[in-house]
Design a protein around this ligand. Structure first.
Ligand code: GDP
Ligand code: IMO
Ligand code: MG
Length: 444
């Protein structure tokens, strides 16, 4: 008998604390066996989560990383923006590798749809704004139509949700007026950007997307109902954050962010599961810092050290293949993100990449015009002007990818982890020393 006083099950979240690509996919995959549901609550196909199992490498964009365990239910909740074509490609890609996607994938009928115009709008907006400003400055989006899809969600009258595929007639009708508006917008943007656009045909798009809707139909349901039922039956839910806290539209380095709440704060609106149901928030951080796209990056290394980190860490985007910008670990960023996300434990990833440096630098504070800052700057221009205060620590020479316990790590590597703990005030429970499942050190 479930009563109001039944304690909530042990739900958890995995969230990125930097600018993405921290290794969330690896940790979600490792944790999946402890949970019944794995839930994506934000972002879209801008995410690229890598899971390595033996000699197999999977790159997941829309489907939660729990999909590799056939006994779990994976949910793409209402806060995600879904590109049906990309989703179907992902499903087919998994099926061709023996990973069946059936009842184990549920898609929210409230999730908004990324349509082809959103991808055109994404590219044209970047080009038009950059041209209008005349400075070549861009957000550097993934081009996946994420911002325009969330913008239409806010605008409402030009939005499409996954549930809309159920009514063929209404959907076809809706597409007519949206396409009229979108063609006018795309034409104007293309003119501003001094480029061309691909005119949209409402009838052709209706047929194409109703086809996708038909295939995806069996997966589409009210996922907030599903998840709240799961909570009341004491099932265990793992929320998989996409993107990262510094890319959060409210709390990140605006405007160089994505368009959703990718901190743990986005879980509640993005899934329909209310606050208070979460008792474990695992903050994922690299042992250094990377960023893709534009925006401030205080500890960026535009030199040989940065190149070495990029090469050793294979720091090239999972989604776009772009080289990632690399720099020293910025604990000011992590401290801020850990606070916003309510992190209860940390996983430090890619520590192996730092082997071979005589010394390592860690930014522990910022100064602005010679004075310390009281809080993390909300303004990207201010962040661009701060000076990092570095602590220099001894590096470690030997490769660590074969270590089996934390104690086997070189003392300097252990000290590096302790330095992180001391600065953030949150325990580091996991240290990752390679992409594989086995290359993970657990600490009590
Ligand atoms: P996510 O978006 O946060 O899931 O991270 P990505 O998958 O985009 O990027 C992380 C990359 O680092 C992937 O290629 C992982 O396979 C890899 N990776 C994860 N943990 C480690 C680690 O400890 N060491 C090394 N060398 N690679 C890792
Ligand atoms: P995962 O989940 C790294 C970045 C883009 C760009 C900015 C806005 O793999 O960690 P968008 O297309 O979302 O409008 O782009 O956000 N970005 C990411 N960077 N990893 C991600 O996801 C990202 N998702 C968005 O590079 O700077
Ligand atoms: Mg990624």
């Amino acid at each position: 008998m479930i009563s109001a006083s039944t304690p909530f099950s042990d739900n958890a979240a995995v969230v990125g604390l930097q600018w993405g690509d921290e290794g969330k996919g690896k940790i979600v995959d490792l944790l999946t066996q402890q949970y019944d549901y794995v839930v994506r609550y934000n972002g879209g196909a801008n995410a690229g989560h890598t899971v390595v199992v033996g000699d197999q490498k999977y790159a997941l964009h829309l489907i939660p990383s729990g999909i590799l365990d056939a006994s779990k239910t994976n949910v793409i909740a209402n806060g995600v923006v879904i590109d049906p074509q990309k989703l179907l490609e992902e499903i087919d890609g998994l099926a061709s590798r023996g990973i069946e996607v059936g009842d184990n994938l549920r898609i929210s009928d409230r999730a908004h749809v990324v349509m082809p115009w959103h991808k055109q709008q994404d590219a044209l907006m970047e080009a038009a704004v950059s041209k209008a400003r005349g400075d070549g400055n861009k957000i550097g989006t993934t081009g996946r139509g994420i911002g325009p899809a969330y913008a239409d969600k806010a605008i409402r009258s030009t939005a499409i949700r996954m549930g809309d595929f159920a009514d063929r007639e209404k959907f076809t009708e809706k597409l007519q007026h949206i396409v009229t508006i979108k063609n006018a917008m795309l034409e104007a943007l293309a003119k501003l950007a001094d480029t061309t656009y691909e005119p949209l045909n409402a009838d052709q798009l209706a047929e194409q997307f109703l086809g996708y809707g038909e295939i995806l139909g069996p997966h589409i349901c009210d996922t907030s109902h599903l998840l709240n039922d799961a909570v009341s039956f004491n099932k265990r839910i793992l929320f998989e954050g996409a993107n990262a806290c510094m890319l959060d539209i409210d709390h990140g380095t605006f405007p160089y962010v994505t368009s959703s709440n990718c901190s743990s704060l986005g879980i509640y609106p993005g899934s329909g599961v209310p606050g208070g149901r979460l008792n474990r928030v695992i903050g994922i951080m690299k042992a250094y810092t990377t960023r893709v796209g534009g925006g401030p990056f205080v500890t960026e290394l535009d030199d040989e050290v940065g190149n070495r980190i990029r090469e050793r860490g294979r720091e090239f985007g999972t989604t776009t293949g772009r080289p990632r910008r690399c720099g020293w670990l910025d604990l000011t960023v992590v401290k801020y993100s850990a606070k916003i996300c309510g992190v209860t434990e940390l996983s430090v990833m890619l520590l192996d990449v730092l082997s071979g440096f005589d010394e390592l630098k860690v930014c522990t504070d910022y100064e602005l015009k010679g004075s310390p800052l009281e809080s993390f700057p909300s303004n990207a221009d201010v962040l661009d002007q701060v000076t990092p205060i570095y602590e220099t620590v001894t590096g470690f020479d030997r490769e660590i990818t074969e270590c089996k316990t934390f104690d086997e790590l070189p003392k300097a590597a252990q000290r590096y982890i302790e330095l992180i703990e001391e600065n953030i005030g949150v325990p580091v429970k996991t240290v990752s020393i390679g992409p594989e499942r086995t290359q993970t050190l657990h600490r009590s």
